[in-house]
Design a protein around this ligand. Structure first.
Ligand code: FAD
Length: 578
């Protein structure tokens, strides 16, 4: 006989929206298995099953509104396990499950914290701090001594400190053309390394202070799920169990290794090894012409290495528009030894003289010998390192944790954010997602609904874009108008002796709204912030063109690209379309 499962007392609400239905007819459920997720103006809440058994019907869908007493599902009484205590159950497996369920609810009421956050990168620390600011008792777990994750310790921050150094060396050399000559740079590697580390330490130390101020407890050790509501944190011989009501997994990603390469040769490094700056190799090969590979190639080439780059696809920075990449490729060709595109590394053979690398492809050179090889072919998420199955957490075949727009995994009280939750693997995406997850847990009606995420290549020149690329617009058959402004006509850029830059904006032909934009040139990364805001606000070419931009600035190129699209540009002569 089927029994009705009704919406329990949910407070003063009479029409609350269902934002997730977690079960289907035929599903076997246990007492406390979440069935649906409700969202009111004030809170998000799960409705659990009061009984165990097989659901014969699920009567609601996402988007329906329900109130206390409404029937949401029917459970088959013939197979339903009643409230018989586990010890009296006739089925040993069922008894085990009941014990597990009882332990689960006990863990929920008896939890050490409202939220445990696994990983202290930009996603994890933002989530933890936001959760604490919202009044949730929060524990942040990090396996390394320093907080800050990849970004602060071995990613965004140290790479930018070194790129700044490279930029200054480049600029100083370029001044010779304007009548100001400096001597050859004398590089004190220890001091340079020390500068880079001081920047990292300042930021990671700052996080310790911010955690203390917010009363976020920081626990150091490797965290693994031990059950749906608990993680085991291990450091050396010490081990501690943390029971939680909610978890946010922010365990990030690690570098991908190329299969077939010798794995115990110190001369084959990844980005972390490159950022250690142990020496400046005379001959360096960078495998991978993406963002990280090119940033490191830029640094080492300016510091004095002879750098070659090999890339499997037919252009640098796959995914970016080729017209924005062209000035970068031109500059890189002048700065580097060789750039081999559409070329694959087939073998690396180590000997005392160096690493001999063999290539395959139309442009492939003869085998070349290098002192070091930097592998920068991508990153893989750390989903395989947290014992996800103990919590019933789904991990896809690539190691990502699939999540919905609220950053919720298949286990409703466990969330995932940042690199481990999907592409693009960028710090600012992780931060944004971290805040969404914390707010959802605190009961806010929120979701990840950003229209765009900017990308920046911090090379010299910088390349940056946000929203839809022109390649994507073409591939998706989107009808667009393009406004473009060459930096050769921008006074500020000319004063900086840079003529190759360009800013472009793409507008939807039917709505007039900005779809995407990008720029290449010094500080291009700063310019896409305005474009991102314009996309979020649904601005059109007139909105941007009529915004007064300071003169002379590089940001004027954004205003003028918009004017070019609006037909109001006076700084260039653009014949009217007939
Ligand atoms: P992470 O920063 O990877 O942090 C995860 C944390 O979790 C780590 O501290 C790790 O130790 C910890 N952890 C993992 N597993 C466990 C466990 N089981 N228990 C306890 N702790 C655990 N992005 C940008 O936006 N801009 C840039 O300029 C940029 N430059 C980069 C340069 C380089 C060289 C690299 C490698 C990356 C760069 N990135 C950049 C990418 C950026 O670093 C990541 O997107 C970002 O760090 C992801 O943040 P996250 O919080 O998801 O994870």
């Amino acid at each position: 006989m089927s029994q009705d499962i009704r919406v329990p007392d949910i407070g003063d609400f009479d029409a609350v929206e269902i934002i997730d239905v977690l079960v289907s007819a035929g599903d076997q459920v246990e007492p406390e298995t979440p069935l649906i997720v409700l969202e009111s103006d004030k809170a998000t809440m799960e409705v659990p099953s009061p009984l165990g058994g097989t659901l014969s019907e699920v009567l609601v869908s996402v988007g329906d509104k329900v109130a206390q007493g409404d029937v949401i599902a029917r459970i088959d009484a013939s197979s339903a396990q009643d409230d018989t205590p586990a010890s009296q159950s006739s089925h040993p497996q069922a008894a085990g499950k009941e014990r597990e369920a009882a332990a689960t609810s006990e863990a929920e009421t008896d939890a050490d914290c409202d939220v445990v956050v696994l990983g202290s990168g930009p996603g994890g620390y933002s989530a933890a701090f936001r959760a604490a600011d919202l009044g949730l008792k929060t524990i942040l777990v990090e396996r390394h001594a320093a907080l800050g994750g990849v970004c602060l310790n071995v990613g965004c921050i140290p790479s930018k400190a070194l790129l700044h150094t490279a930029h200054v060396i480049d600029e100083a050399a370029a001044m010779a053309e304007h009548g100001v000559s400096f001597g050859e740079p004398q590089i004190d590697l220890d001091k340079l390394r020390g500068f880079k580390q001081s920047v990292v330490d300042k930021l990671t130390g700052g996080l310790v202070g911010l955690a203390k101020q917010r009363k976020v407890e920081v626990v150091h050790g490797h965290a693994e799920f031990s059950a749906a509501h608990s993680v085991q944190v291990t450091q050396g011989d010490d081990s501690r169990q943390i029971r939680f009501r909610h978890a946010i997994v922010a365990a990030g990603s690690r570098t991908l290794r190329l299969p077939g390469l010798p794995d115990d040769d110190e001369r084959i490094i990844d980005s972390t090894g490159a950022l250690e700056l142990r020496d400046i190799p005379s001959r360096l090969l960078v495998i991978g012409g993406g963002i990280i590979g090119l940033e490191m190639a830029n640094v080492y080439a300016v510091l004095g290495s002879s750098v070659d780059v090999v890339e499997l696809s037919d252009g640098l920075v796959p995914g970016a528009d080729p017209d924005l990449i062209k000035p970068l490729t031109k500059r890189m060709k002048a700065r580097l030894g060789h750039i081999w595109l559409s070329t694959k590394v087939t073998a690396v053979t180590p000997d005392d003289d160096g690493l001999t690398v063999s290539f395959e492809g139309e442009q492939a050179p003869e085998p070349q010998t290098y002192d070091k090889v930097l592998v920068a072919v991508g990153r893989r998420p750390n989903g395989d390192q947290i014992n996800a199955q103990a919590a019933g957490l789904e991990i896809d075949e690539r190691g990502f944790i699939p999540v919905d727009r609220q950053m919720r995994s298949n286990v409703p009280h466990i969330f995932a954010i940042g690199d481990i939750a999907g592409q693009p693997m960028l710090a600012h995406k992780a931060t944004h997602e971290g805040k969404v997850a914390a707010e959802v847990i605190a009961g806010h009606k929120t979701a990840f609904d950003a229209r765009c995420i900017p990308s920046v290549v911090y090379t010299d020149p910088e390349v940056a874009w946000v929203g839809m690329t022109e390649q994507q617009a073409k591939a998706q058959g989107v009808d667009y108008d393009k406004g473009q402004f060459p930096w050769a006509a921008n006074g500020r850029s000319l004063g900086m002796a840079y003529q190759d830059g360009v800013t472009k904006l793409l507008f939807d032909k039917s709505t007039g709204r900005l779809l995407g934009g990008g720029a290449v040139g010094p500080n291009a990364g700063e310019l896409v912030a305005e474009m991102g805001l314009a996309i979020e606000f649904g601005a059109d070419a007139h909105d941007i063109g009529l915004t007064i931009h300071a003169h002379p600035t590089l940001s004027e190129s954004v205003g003028m690209a918009a004017e070019a699209a609006a037909g109001t540009l006076t700084d260039l002569y653009i014949p009217k379309k007939k």
